[in-house]
Design a protein around this ligand. Structure first.
Ligand code: PEP
Length: 249
């Protein structure tokens, strides 16, 4: 079972105008999120400065990606140093949209994770299987390979949250059942128990992502190895997001 602080991340993806972001923040800042929950919101890069300036201290701020090494001749990229310099504390890496649309490999995600951690960022590292992989019995091989690529590059997972996000559940409205989520989270916990020992594996937050909303969050949060959520669509609605954050209390 997980012993870490319940964690909820809001992945805003490529959404929002300046005005929409300001409005969402205004509503979030009025929301009552229980003090026992760690909450991170992740806007686009261009909205980060505004969110850092405006979000209530209740909310930590994350980016949705960063480059695999330092500053330099990497057109269009943003480095971990630059995020840290801005005051960003977290970064989401290995999101399935980047793995599929931008062909990010397990190894590349591992490299980025190691680099970001070594520059003081905390990482929400995403893994997940497609429906085809699940139905053909490949699920655990796929997930283990994604974890292996992380563990090849880092040994200390203190500043990592693992987000289990089945690809078939992301943005589809098709949520994993609490039992499906628990089964995979337990597998991930056991995988880490072998790697980093029982105590650290229990403290590691393993969060679920994939069509989490204000209605299904409490049932998922009740599972022993579900230590929180990574929320996409519903994180753009302040009321829904606050309800999800409080689902564990
Ligand atoms: C996500 O993109 O991390 C995600 C879980 O999206 P959604 O909640 O919209 O399925």
């Amino acid at each position: 079972r997980g012993t870490g602080q319940f964690f909820v991340g809001g992945n805003w993806k490529c959404n929002g105008t300046k005005q929409q972001v300001a409005q969402l923040l205004e509503q979030l800042n009025k929301g009552k999120v229980d003090s026992s929950i760690e909450v991170v919101i992740a806007p686009t890069f261009i909205h980060l400065p505004h969110v850092l300036d405006t979000a209530d201290s209740r909310f930590e701020v994350g980016a949705q990606n960063c480059w695999s090494s330092g500053t330099g001749a990497y057109t269009g990229e943003i480095s971990a140093e630059q995020l840290a310099d801005l005051g960003v504390k977290w970064v989401i890496l290995g999101h399935s949209e980047r793995r599929s649309l931008l062909k990010e490999s397990n190894e590349f995600v591992g490299e980025k994770t190691a680099y970001a951690l070594s520059h003081g960022l905390r990482v929400i590292a995403c893994i997940g299987e497609t429906l085809e992989q699940r139905e053909s019995g490949q699920m655990y091989n796929i997930l283990d390979a994604q974890l292996e690529a992380l563990a090849n590059q880092i040994s200390d997972f203190d500043n990592v949250v693992i987000a289990y996000e089945p690809v078939w559940a992301i943005g589809t409205g098709k949520v994993a059942t609490p039992d499906q989520a628990e089964e995979v989270h337990l597998h991930i916990r056991e995988w880490f128990t072998e790697r980093i020992g029982e105590k650290d594996a229990e403290a590691l937050r393993i969060v679920y992502g994939g069509s989490v909303n204000e209605k299904n969050a409490a049932e998922l949060a009740a599972k022993e190895d579900v230590d929180g959520f990574l929320v996409g669509g519903a994180s753009l609605k302040a009321d829904a997001f606050v309800t999800i954050c409080n689902a564990h209390t």
